[in-house]
Design a binder for this molecule. Structure first.
Ligand code: HEC
Length: 246
């Protein structure tokens, strides 16, 4: 019968090398979590990391322009009628057309806003007297650019494939039912592919931020399981059936 290599066949130096490698990868993963926390935390204005932060990171806040935020917030009271706000939002959503601006938006601005928002007022506020000036406040936040996603994707796929491959090579020396092992070796790869594909999906459909989080979590858990099980079996596990000494 074929004898597959197991931890009991490894020399102590091989096990030491494997252990120190797995621990270093585990520590690196913890730092990766820290990095993720600090780069996305607080995007939604609330302390801590939430699904909303992930949504904003990839999808952005399409409605949220500086002009829109002001009109939903402290500037709302300067409008004469609530419908005027809708007119401005519709103009932004329709793509900030210059003719639509002159026809519908400019009159609202000159009626309600330019008294304060012009260079003459001397208040040092962003000026709202013409199309170009207003446009500066209407660039919407569409999240991570495709260019930056492509850059991060290729780095992640190359880097993580190596990590998962080497951790997996060590993990297959464990003793366990073959089906369990086969699934456990493949799952983290599927999780990372799903995670990265769902970054792009989230850019279009914000609800995919849940998939980003779930698949990222699955990859972390399966990696942790492989590392911990390997170290445990390497040093503490005694196979139930001892090989017969010949
Ligand atoms: C009575 C004076 C006054 C009027 C009228 C006024 N604003 Fe303002 N606006 C301010 C002041 C003061 C600030 C800065 C403090 C703040 O944000 O509350 C401000 C801030 C803003 C900002 C935020 C600028 C930034 O740096 O992000 C926007 C956008 C804005 N106003 C738009 C408008 C619009 C649109 C109108 C008309 C519907 C309007 N304002 C009418 C006084 C005014």
């Amino acid at each position: 019968m074929t004898h597959w290599k197991r931890f009991e066949d490894c020399s102590v130096s091989e096990k030491l090398l494997d252990t120190i490698f797995l621990l270093t990868i585990g520590l690196g993963y913890l730092f990766a979590l820290g990095h993720m926390y600090y780069s996305h935390e607080g995007r939604d204005g609330q302390a801590g990391l939430s699904v909303e932060d992930i949504k904003i990171a990839y999808y952005g806040e399409h409605q949220q322009t500086r002009l829109g935020a002001a009109l939903n917030g402290s500037m709302a009271g300067n409008l004469e009628f609530p419908e005027q706000k809708q007119i401005i939002f519709t103009w932004i959503e329709n793509g900030t057309d210059v003719d639509e601006f002159n026809a519908n938006v400019a009159p609202i601005m000159s009626e309600n806003c330019v008294a304060c928002h012009s260079s003459e007022s001397g208040m040092g506020l962003p000026s709202l007297t013409n199309y170009e000036e207003v446009m500066k406040l209407t660039h919407s936040d569409t999240g991570a650019s495709i260019q930056s996603l492509v850059r991060v994707s290729h780095i992640h796929l190359f880097g993580i494939a190596f990590i998962l491959f080497f951790v997996g090579r060590i993990f297959i020396l464990c003793e366990m039912p073959p089906m369990v092992k086969r699934v456990m070796v493949v799952v983290p790869f599927i999780a990372i592919l799903l995670d990265i594909l769902s970054w792009y999906a989230t850019k279009v459909i914000p609800g995919f931020s849940y998939v980003v989080i779930a698949s990222g979590g699955l990859m972390g858990l399966s990696l942790a399981a492989q590392i911990l099980l390997s170290i445990y079996q390497m040093w503490f596990y005694k196979p139930r059936v001892q090989p017969i000494e010949m």
